[in-house]
Design a protein around this ligand. Structure first.
Ligand code: PMP
Length: 343
């Protein structure tokens, strides 16, 4: 597959902005090339545009070469950049599952790109034929999300692989919640498929939604395109520093994940006892999708008690369902206590 041929024509020929830090990358005694203020070290300096130190650390952690890593302002950034790089507004289209994470639709809408939704089946799983049937010669991207938001389940691995193998465009697997899942990441497949992009994030298991750091893992052809069209200094110094700090504390993150998974299982057991709960869907993520008799009523009651969950009742296949994030043991116990007062 020739990635270049899939790109929009203006991106194929784009001459990217060349910053001072792109043009001179080595050490020096005095930097007078970027119109920076000489005071207020180190924040007076522009950050490394390619975040090389951070990528080396992530490379060690994920066992993926740094040249196959793109870092973005959350994984929302690569979602947007992939659409802008590959999809000609008003001409090309994207295929995704339904229901799924809402930003694929929003990013497509902002770019004026058609998004075709293919319903999951009643088990919230993927039908390969339906996905491929929804594509045409103008389909450039397929977004899959596993574990999926808001359903919480992992999609069938073989079905995903079949799509990656059969589709003549880019397949993006959004693994924002992979650290909470028993399944292995698709990262181990990365070097086999030039059209595969895997998204992960520091916002969930790593507990750093506030610093905005997302990762896209892909072939060098795709990573180079994303680097070409991103804002020159998309990851600020504070974010790079904080992420480097946390990467030294992997054990702490591993313990958070274990605790959140244990709490998820505990909450599933406790919630299913309530008479107003119809069903707890199996979850490989850090939230539970819970079908209720009266989701809106429960939602309003919880708001009144100061507890905010997400009402997903208007989402396809999620009628009368609340999405409940797994909190700390104290927060989860409070939710249960407040719900007990309802019966
Ligand atoms: N993908 C999925 C499936 C998500 O649920 C979210 C956040 N809710 C994101 C991506 C965005 O993550 P980030 O904070 O890295 O932009």
């Amino acid at each position: 597959m020739n990635i270049n041929n899939l790109l929009r024509k203006n991106i194929q020929t784009l001459k990217p902005y060349s910053s001072a830090r792109d043009e001179y990358t080595g050490e020096a005694m005095v930097f007078l090339d970027a119109n920076e203020n000489p005071f207020n070290e180190p924040y007076n300096r522009y950050p490394d545009p390619l975040q090389n130190e951070l990528k080396e650390k992530i490379s060690e952690l994920k066992n993926i070469p740094a040249k196959n890593i793109f870092l973005g302002n959350g994984s929302d950034e690569p979602i947007d950049l992939l659409i802008r790089a590959f999809c000609e507004p008003g001409v090309d289209n994207i295929v995704t599952i339904n229901p799924t994470y809402g930003m694929y639709q929003v990013a497509a809408d902002i770019s004026g790109v058609e998004l075709r939704k293919v319903s999951l089946n009643n088990n919230f799983d993927l039908d390969v034929t339906n996905i491929l049937d929804a594509t045409n010669k103008n389909t450039k991207l397929i977004f899959l999300c596993s574990p999926n938001n808001p359903t919480g389940n992992s999609l069938n691995k073989n079905a995903i692989l079949e799509i990656v193998k059969s589709f003549n465009g880019i397949v993006i697997i959004d693994e924002a919640y992979i650290d909470f899942a028993p399944d292995k990441s698709f990262l181990s497949e990365l070097n086999r498929y030039q059209n595969l992009v895997i998204l992960q994030t520091f916002s969930k298991a790593w507990g750093m939604a506030g610093i905005r750091l997302g990762m896209a893992f892909a072939s060098t052809e795709i990573v180079d395109v994303l680097n070409k069209i991103k804002y020159p200094y998309n990851i600020n110094i504070l974010t790079q520093q904080k992420a480097l700090e946390l990467l030294e504390q992997k054990d702490k993150v591993g313990n958070w994940v274990k605790l959140i998974i244990a709490e998820r299982e505990k909450m599933a057991e406790l919630l299913k006892e309530f008479p107003f709960v119809v069903k707890i869907y199996p979850s490989d993520a850090n939230f539970l999708l819970v079908k209720m008799h009266d989701a809106k009523g429960i939602y309003d009651y919880l708001v009144e008690k100061g507890i905010i969950v997400r009402d997903r009742s208007n989402v396809h296949l999620c009628e009368n369902s609340l999405r409940i994030t797994i909190g700390s043991p104290k927060e989860n116990n409070l939710l249960i206590t407040v719900m007990e007062n309802l019966i």
